[in-house]
Design a binder for this molecule. Structure first.
Ligand code: ASP
Length: 584
């Protein structure tokens, strides 16, 4: 027997017992005639004691142990004189009588400690060592708990977990597919699913009523910080439902997870705001509502005073940063540089301070009288001590830029605390999105999303105005989930494909199987998918999803541990009928 207990389990209640433990050497300290060794496993750390006086040769062996050696020890549980309240086993130690080295270890390339000296790259190359670190392990365990809680909630609500295939045909999520060449059918390719979207709809046609799956999805998208080419969804679909039914069940799931995993109760219903409200007040379709700082549009009251920047702008909007009137020139310059970054794209930043006596001092004093400045302050609800920040320009771009500035101010003011959570639903998304480059509409969610019945009449005349039965769950400024009520009527589906510029033949080629299925009695249905990695990161209080994936890819979409993507043998290429073109 390798062990009687784990390294996280012994306490004073076991005093005097003879025990056997196995684990990794975390570190050793030699103090005079004693050697203290921390033995670690998944469950914790237990202190081992080797005494030179009573067992000299054993102590010598212990002194030869390196970090990360795998050992087995037997000994007696004793009370520690120098207790360590930070360890669950901190009241005891093991007076070792027998020691066996099960496996030696080379010196690890970085320290296996919470605060390691290993950089990101090194840790990813030796991810199996990184995963030994207690904080990394805790993230993976958190994820496990969330997956279990999800399964038990959905099972309890009548959902059936069904696996869907991985070698499929293109799915409609709008990203590039990863493809897999077929050996048996040279020249043909499978696509990896961007989501199980079409299959879950087919399961509804098949009468499964409620489906879920915790499932890998693959999207070959351009590299962006914190994106993974493969990621996990909690994917769900339900029949005979309207939008409200879905929001209710999945608000329930979200609350259940917060309660079970974080011990947090959300008594109130999650707020629901429309896409247009989200854009107009927060400049984002995934607003962080841990704090207010909503936008006030100033276009009407600032125009016509001779300030050309405002006069020529499509939109002028402001946020009010409480207590920031004392911002120095340097801080304001920093903010100006921030909004002028190419990613944000504002031309400049106008500010106004509300002084303690209520007077308003601004960077555009030349154009606005004290009364006019006061009116601006009133409009944005600013009090003495507050700083008003104003951006102007093209409508959409300025809303987005103001949204970024709001988030930056929220960060500076400490409003974006990782330990507070503000979920909400964003609803009433537009059905379609116009793309300037290709001069056509794209489905904002995917082509099976149903338009609101009252908006269908605009599909021909003004497609951009049509709203969808689509919704997103947003937590702390991050999109956690999204879904829609689907089209189940073939005439609406044809209209949608037509609006998206598909010929009937193209639609049939790409999604014929689904369209055919819809000819055999499709129930009204809808669903949602949660980004599981991101949800885990939010629960873990981190911005990085990589920390919550056991074996992630790096930001170049590479796995540096297994060294992939990699070349394959010529024989394999030959079998597949593939020739690699030389890229100059
Ligand atoms: N398949 C969709 C997605 O991956 C989710 C859904 O509509 O249920 O975003």
């Amino acid at each position: 027997m390798y062990r009687t207990h784990t390294c996280g389990e012994l306490g004073l209640g076991n005093k005097g017992e003879k025990v056997t433990l196995s684990g990794w050497v975390q570190r050793s300290r030699d103090l005079g005639g004693m050697t203290f060794t921390d033995l670690r496993d998944r469950y914790g750390i237990t202190q081992l004691v080797f005494n030179m006086e009573t067992n000299g040769s054993l102590c010598e062996t212990a002194r030869g142990l390196g970090r990360e050696y795998v050992i087995q020890v037997s000994g007696i549980v004793a009370e520690r004189s120098n207790k360590n309240p930070r360890l669950s086993t901190g009241e005891i130690e093991i007076i070792v009588e027998e020691l066996k080295v099960l496996n030696a270890s080379e010196i690890p390339p970085f320290t296996i400690e919470e605060n390691t000296d290993g950089g990101d790259e090194l840790r990813m190359k030796y991810r199996y060592l990184d995963l030994r670190r207690s904080n990394v392990r805790a993230n993976i365990i958190l994820r496990h708990k969330m997956a279990q809680a999800t399964r038990s909630f959905l099972d309890g609500h009548g959902f059936i977990e069904v696996e869907t295939p991985v070698l499929i045909k293109s799915t409609p999520e709008g990203a590039r597919d990863f493809v897999v060449p077929s050996r048996l059918h040279n020249g043909d390719f499978y696509a990896l699913p961007q989501s199980p979207q079409t299959f879950k709809q087919l399961l509804m046609v098949a009468g499964f009523d409620k489906y879920f799956q915790i499932v890998k999805c693959f999207r070959d998208e351009d590299l962006r910080a914190d994106r993974q080419p493969e990621f996990t969804q909690i994917d769900c679909e339900m029949s005979f439902v309207e939008q409200d039914d879905i929001l209710e069940v999945f608000e329930g799931l979200t609350k259940h997870l917060f309660k079970e995993v974080k011990g947090i109760d959300f008594e109130e219903k999650f707020p629901r705001i429309s896409y247009s409200e989200a854009m107009n007040y927060y400049g984002s379709d995934k607003p962080d509502i841990r704090f207010g700082m909503r936008f006030t549009e100033l276009s009407a009251i600032v125009r016509g005073k001779g300030f050309v920047v405002f006069d020529s702008a499509e939109y002028v909007g402001a946020i009010c940063a409480e207590g920031c009137a004392s911002y120095t020139r340097k801080q304001l310059d920093e903010l100006t540089d921030y909004v002028k970054r190419p990613q944000i794209g504002a031309k400049g930043l106008v500010y106004a301070r509300v002084e303690s006596d209520g007077s308003v001092k601004s960077s555009v004093d030349k154009f606005y009288s004290p009364d006019e400045l006061n009116e601006i302050a009133k409009e944005v609800n600013a009090s003495p001590g507050d700083l008003i920040l104003i951006l102007a320009g093209d409508h959409k771009k300025t809303l987005t830029a103001l949204g970024e500035l709001r988030l930056e101010m929220g960060r500076r003011l400490g409003y974006r605390d990782h330990n507070s959570y503000a979920p909400l639903w964003v609803i009433d998304f537009p059905l379609l999105e116009w793309d300037e480059e290709t001069q056509r509409y794209y489905a904002m969610h995917h082509p099976f999303t149903s338009p609101k019945s009252e908006d269908i009449e605009y599909m021909g005349s003004d497609p951009g105005r049509v709203r969808a039965n689509a919704y997103d769950l947003v937590i702390n400024g991050t999109e956690i989930g999204g879904g829609s009520i689907r089209i189940h009527d073939s005439s609406v589906q044809s209209l949608m494909f037509k609006t998206l510029g598909f010929t009937p033949e193209e639609a049939q080629y790409q999604f014929g199987f689904l369209l055919n299925a819809f000819r055999y009695g499709a129930p009204p249905h809808g669903g949602i998918a949660f980004g599981f990695d991101r949800l885990a990161a939010i629960f873990g209080g981190s911005d990085s999803i990589r920390d919550f994936i056991a074996f992630p890819k790096n930001n170049q979409a590479r796995d540096t541990m297994i060294e992939t993507p990699a070349k394959i043998k010529q024989e394999q290429l030959d079998e597949l009928g593939i020739e690699i073109k030389k890229v100059e």
